[in-house]
Ligand binder design. Structure first.
Ligand code: ATP
Ligand code: MG
Length: 479
């Protein structure tokens, strides 16, 4: 027996109210012709800079089963399998809504100022121990990423995990109403995208919108250690959450971290999860990762899934590329350890990364070195938030700091001169001084907002290797 198709033409026609030929089935859904796989349903979304109708012919030539369009592009033959709709984004949402309406899966929605993707990926593995699990790809958490992830939900899924993000108030409310979670999780609250918000409380209110989509009887899971946890709990109750559960180190947390011990590439955790004592290893370093793992186990417990099976997957999680992945670079004269945090930065994730740097011991002659680019989009408080990193840098025992960008200039001014190595206008300006300074035995952490383009710095440090770099995975069951 062949597996059931993800979408039949009739289902898609009915869901979208569009018109087009019957007779095709699709095994996937794609909005990017470059990654469109044979058998995908291609949806031609109008993006901010490009109209995907220009790529319908390309998608079909790559084997797309059909394409959802608002008009037939002139380079597409008249007999092509097109599903004609008024608005392709609305059609994508309609597909997502139909899939959500038909699924019997337990649905989890994840938001927060940091750790959404990390937690979502850990949940994907943890819930898979209990049944077929579908999760959003990458950070597909916006107005197209969420409906796309819903439209991809297989009918046989037992669990669905959806990341929800935002840049503005109101975005999460619209997205969570599409997802309709049974459990909504807020990983943490921190000043990210602060330029768009009056203060941190406004960010917490925007994250709390996630509870507005909760199903009847739904559960809110919140980080009690995060700022404005009270506000989150209050908003969850006001939105009708049947239960509000806290996780964290806070004494009131029902999922409580009791003990955390750093291991070389991860940690060992003891926790109380709703009255159940549990000890587990986490394959990615940092107390923030232990918190993500605790949220995962609390979710698994609250969904009545297999908590022991879930805990057994946590030693295998590893920090993702650009989000804490560690590389041991063999320079020929010794090992240089690189912590790649180049993907993005906000005050919470920089502090988490600095703590990991502090937990990582350099070789006897080595030093802890931080290479930091600006945390963007912080608005009026940005300068102070950059300067305030001086405290966590001292606490982590960082020996040398390289800074770049206008915000980090304020950190440079706040650091003791012996600790500040060099400031550059941008990451490129730091390349030479960094390469002249680092030596085997050092532990080097690179972090900055995506717009600061810190990734080439990581590439340059990897280039010091005589052998291809070793990407250190999780510590396995030894943790
Ligand atoms: N609970 C946490 N608290 C603080 N920082 C975290 C936490 N979990 C992960 N991080 C760090 O935050 C950064 C981003 O992680 P991740 O990609 O999981 O976040 P995200 O919320 O999905 O981000 P985005 O908004 O870009 O999608 C990484 O550097 C990671 O190490
Ligand atoms: Mg993400």
């Amino acid at each position: 027996m062949t597996a059931r198709a993800l979408w039949t033409a009739l289902e898609a026609i009915e869901a979208t109210g569009g018109t087009g030929p019957d007779g095709w089935t699709a095994d996937g859904v794609s909005i990017d012709s470059r990654s469109c796989a044979p058998g995908d349903l291609f949806i031609a979304i109008l993006g901010p800079s490009r109209d995907a109708h220009d790529f319908v012919a390309d998608a079909l030539s790559r084997g797309a089963a059909a394409a959802v369009v608002s008009h037939r592009p002139s380079n597409v033959p008249a007999d092509a399998p097109l599903l004609l709709v008024d608005d392709t984004l609305r059609a994508l949402e309609a597909l997502g809504r139909q899939r959500r309406a038909r699924t019997t899966a337990k649905i989890v929605a994840v938001t927060g100022s940091a750790g959404k993707t990390s937690t979502k990926e850990a949940l994907r593995c943890a819930l898979a121990a209990s049944g077929p699990t579908h999760a959003s790809a990458a950070s597909y958490n916006n107005h197209w990423g969420v409906p796309l992830s819903l439209a991809r939900l297989p009918l046989d899924a037992a669990y669905g995990v959806f990341e929800i993000g935002m840049n503005h108030a109101g975005e999460i409310a619209a997205l969570t109403r599409q997802v309709r979670p049974h459990l909504a999780l807020v990983t943490t609250i921190a000043p990210a995208h602060l330029a768009e918000f009056a203060d941190l409380a406004a960010i917490a209110r925007a994250k709390a919108e996630i509870f507005e989509g909760l199903e009847p009887g739904g559960i809110a899971l919140i980080n009690l250690d995060a700022p404005h946890a009270d506000l989150l709990a209050e908003r969850a109750r006001a939105a009708g959450a049947a239960r509000v559960v806290g996780f964290g180190q806070d004494a009131a947390a029902e999922a409580r971290l009791l003990k955390w011990v750093a291991r070389d590439q991860g940690s060992r955790v003891t926790a109380d999860v709703m009255g159940q004592a549990i000890a587990f290893g986490v394959g990615a370093p940092g107390v923030h990762w232990a918190m993500n793992a605790l949220a995962v186990l609390a979710t698994v417990h609250l969904l009545a899934a297999d908590i022991a099976g879930a805990a057994a997957t946590l030693p295998q999680v590893s920090a993702l590329a650009g989000r804490g992945r560690r590389h041991d670079i063999d320079t020929g004269q010794g090992i240089l350890t690189l912590i790649d945090e180049s993907y993005n930065a906000n005050p919470a994730s920089v502090r988490a990364a600095l703590a990991v740097l502090g937990d990582t011991s350099p070789a006897s002659c080595g030093r802890r070195i931080a290479i930091l680019g600006d945390m963007l989009e912080l608005g009026a408080e940005g300068d102070a938030l950059h300067a305030a990193l001086a405290g966590p840098i001292a606490a982590a025992g960082v020996d040398l700091v390289f800074t770049c960008g206008e915000g980090m200039a304020h950190l440079a001014a706040a650091l003791p001169p012996e600790c500040h190595a060099h400031h550059g206008a941008d990451a490129a300006a730091l390349l030479r001084p960094v390469l002249e300074t680092v030596r085997p035995g050092d532990v080097v952490m690179v972090k900055g907002s995506l717009g600061m383009a810190m990734a080439p710095m990581v590439g340059a440090l990897e280039g010091l290797a005589v052998e291809p770099p070793v990407h250190c995975a999780g510590g396995g069951n030894a943790l």
